[in-house]
Design a protein around this ligand. Structure first.
Ligand code: ATP
Ligand code: MG
Length: 224
């Protein structure tokens, strides 16, 4: 998938008037690109990621994912588009505590209209093996380390083979060693799956691992 943003702005209404959070952000990422976005707290990184992931609508400007403007779709089609095309990894793993590792990875498939459960279960097992958790399928999240939980979250984000994988501070809660291994894992899976990967991070070490680096500053985006 290719990703093109043309002069995207986002404002939030506040009591003291509109707050400009993204200001004329333009960006083109070709299929197969891995990019890291850094920048100060409050500069608009998460907001940008939400717009890229079609969770949040821009106030103006256009977004094209594989030539399609997702925001031109109706809500139902937009939700289906997001489910099929976009995977998310957050700072907190958001795993369901009562579900096993394998069940957690399968959660996105429960709402998908396009995949067959038989195929996806095999693929979920394959992904969990690739993130090094093939022997932990029946464990609950509480029985895993923080790094292991985040690796489950990465497998869950990939289970529907999204063309676009977005990660917002995926290593923010991890120590240096685990952060490094989750970063390497994201890049390895990115190469295997040939998705577009966009990671927001405060970690210079993580950003350095990415071929394309961008910086947000007060709502504007530049090459880092
Ligand atoms: N729903 C909202 N309503 C009003 N303002 C918002 C809303 N969401 C975010 N903002 C504001 O937009 C700005 C950018 O927020 P954003 O979460 O994108 O920053 P960030 O770069 O991800 O910061 P951090 O590194 O701390 O996560 C902040 O000033 C924030 O207060
Ligand atoms: Mg943020």
């Amino acid at each position: 998938m290719s990703l093109v943003l043309d002069s995207v702005s986002k404002e939030y209404p506040t009591r003291s008037g509109p707050l400009a959070v993204l200001r004329n952000v333009s960006l083109a990422l070709d299929a197969g690109t891995a990019a890291a976005i850094t920048g100060p707290s409050g500069s608009g990184k998460s907001t940008l990621l939400h717009v890229l992931g079609t969770l949040d609508r821009p106030t103006s400007g256009t977004v094209k994912l594989d030539g399609t403007d997702p925001f031109a779709l109706g809500e139902r089609d937009l939700a289906a588009f997001r489910n099929a095309k976009v995977g998310f990894v957050f700072q907190d793993h958001h795993l369901l505590p009562q579900c096993s590792v394998l069940e957690n990875v399968l959660i996105p498939t429960l709402v998908s209209a396009t995949t067959k459960p038989a195929d996806t279960e095999a693929y979920a097992r394959d992904l969990l093996a690739r993130v090094g958790l093939g022997a932990r399928l029946d464990h609950r999240p509480a029985e895993l380390s923080g790094g292991e939980r985040q690796r489950v979250a990465v497998a869950r984000a990939l289970v529907l083979k999204p063309a676009l994988l977005l990660a917002d501070e995926p290593t923010g809660n991890l120590d240096r060693t685990n952060a490094q291994s989750v970063g390497e894992l994201l890049l390895k899976l990115h190469e295997q799956e040939r998705n577009v990967l966009v990671v927001v991070t405060h970690s210079a070490d993580l950003a350095k691992m990415f071929p394309r680096r961008l910086e947000m500053n007060d709502g504007t985006l530049h090459a880092a």
